[in-house]
Design a protein around this ligand. Structure first.
Ligand code: CAA
Length: 283
């Protein structure tokens, strides 16, 4: 199936990154959000990140201008119905995602493929609430989207082969690499990454190391580009906690229990870079 128009729901750090790479790959993009301020911020971020790519010689100024002209924004969710492929990148809460799909459904074209950028919520369950479980799948980008090579493609139990092939074709056109994952909690990346981050928080909680020594150990001792606590701040501590809860509930194993210190930070509103305070202070 030919995809030319991509709808992106949510203009946060994942949504604006997805709009960025889709537009650079030549797709017409329509990005929606419930707040004009979020849309304006997203467009400013896309422009800034593309300027960085121009200054490093990764793309030309003409490519940047053409890509920016391919991105439209809207506050009206039904406008997304014109897309051939929809990527939902709203808040990582199942009730929010379900409400979005429900509101969007009457406006979709029959052939439209629906996907979610969820990092851990069941694709099969999200799909089952729509009118097209066979044309629904997980399309999971990594942050920062313009830089990270991987996209996880997750088939729900009912996803058909054509949907999978079409999404795979889109990933290839983006110049990225797809990893195919089965629909189990956390898929592949977060099943492995989040317990590591959670363990780093336990290491802090139990006083084995301080923030800097833990991060330095993993950066210099395991060659990770960022330490686990710095990475948690980058991803968002609320997202990390939500994913740990999905692993804990879905796999029913105490080895996935979220560290109480992670919960406490989230309760304090210390969510990492986006609130200027997490394991590090960004104020
Ligand atoms: N847009 C475009 N380009 C960007 C960018 C962005 N948002 N952020 C960074 N870049 C580019 C820079 O321009 C630079 O380009 P060159 O190589 O051409 O110079 C390159 O990326 C590296 O950036 P920096 O030099 O600024 O910084 P760095 O070397 O410290 O790298 C990083 C930054 C790429 C974020 C690196 O620290 C890294 O890979 N960190 C780990 C990220 C990670 O693990 N992400 C996955 C999180 S898990 C996830 O997303 C899944 C989930 O569901 C939670």
């Amino acid at each position: 199936m030919e995809i030319s128009r991509v709808g992106v729901i949510g203009a946060g750090q994942m949504g604006n990154g997805i709009a960025h790479v889709m537009a650079l790959a030549g797709y017409d993009v329509i990005m929606s959000d419930i707040s004009q301020e979020a849309l304006d911020r997203a467009m400013a971020t896309i422009r800034r990140n593309m300027e960085r790519q121009v200054s490093r010689g990764k793309i030309t100024q003409d490519q940047m201008n053409a890509a920016l002209s391919r991105i439209q924004t809207t506050l009206n969710l039904p406008d997304i119905g014109a897309a051939d492929l929809v990527i939902e990148a709203a808040t990582e809460r199942e009730s929010v995602k379900q409400a979005i799909f429900e509101d969007l459904q009457p406006h979709l074209q029959p052939h439209t493929i629906l996907t979610s950028n969820t990092s851990s919520i069941s694709i099969t369950r999200l799909a089952s609430r729509t009118d097209r479980p066979e044309r629904f799948m997980g399309f999971h980008f990594m942050n920062p989207v313009p830089v990270m090579q991987l996209v996880e493609l997750i088939r729900g139990i009912a996803t058909d082969e054509e949907t999978y092939r079409t999404c795979l074709g889109v990933v290839e056109r983006l110049g990225k690499t797809a990893a195919s994952a089965e629909d189990f909690p956390g898929f592949i990346v977060n099943r492995i990454l989040m317990p590591m981050i959670n363990e780093a928080v336990y290491t802090l909680y139990e006083g084995v190391g301080n923030v800097r020594s833990i991060d330095q150990s993993m950066r210099l001792g395991a060659n990770h580009p960022m330490g686990p606590l710095e990475l948690a701040d980058f991803i968002g501590l609320d997202t990390c906690l939500a994913i740990m809860n999905v692993l804990h509930d879905g796999l029913a194993d105490t080895k996935y229990r979220p560290c109480p210190l992670l919960t406490k930070y989230v309760e304090a509103g210390w969510l990492g870079r986006k609130t200027k305070r997490g394991f590090y202070d960004y104020r």
